[in-house]
Design a protein around this ligand. Sequence first.
Ligand SMILES: Nc1nc2c(c(=O)[nH]1)N[C@H]1C(S)=C(S)[C@@H](COP(=O)(O)O)O[C@H]1N2
Ligand SMILES: [Mo]
Length: 169
Amino acid sequence: MLSAGPTPKVPLDSWEFVITTETGAEYRWSWSELMALPQETPRVDIHCVTRWSKLGTTWQGVSLDTLLDGIDTDAAYVLAHSYGGYTTNLPLDDLRGGRAWVAHTFEGGDLPAEHGGPARLLVPHLYFWKSAKWVRGLRLLSADQPGFWETAGYHDYGDPWREQRYQGD
Ligand SMILES: Nc1nc2c(c(=O)[nH]1)N[C@H]1C(S)=C(S)[C@@H](COP(=O)(O)O)O[C@H]1N2
Ligand SMILES: [Mo]
């Protein structure tokens, strides 16, 4: 499974990333605001649920630790949502601790649109369907809410080391 729909075209001058807390507070970044934040260059292995892995991929982006810094929340869950309508859920803690990024560069070049450009979520310690392409924002939630594939029977958490592909794995 690569893309559940057509590739959305998102011009950089109207692109934005929004974190909405469980109380409805909104934190927004334009493209230039995102690029002005501290950038990191993670080198990570990625694992697709259909059994391929790519080892040693290099990305550039902004850590979710940076984006969540200073956001007042008691939420335990996140529903990531994308331009085009895709959604996927994660525990908020999995976006912390230097393990998740909003990535805009892959192997030294702009992230191609078919791979989620201008920017995608990168959460390499979970199966790659959790790494929402064309990411547009995060909704911080008190209660877990399944996303697109999770509603279709994929595992709620998706740990590749425990091969959590489908519900019940
Ligand atoms: N917005 C969006 N993000 C998505 C998907 C999708 O269909 N839409 N598919 C997921 C799945 S199942 C996989 S395996 C990866 C594929 O990423 P790639 O196209 O860069 O290989 O994106 C994930 N993120
Ligand atoms: Mo996938």
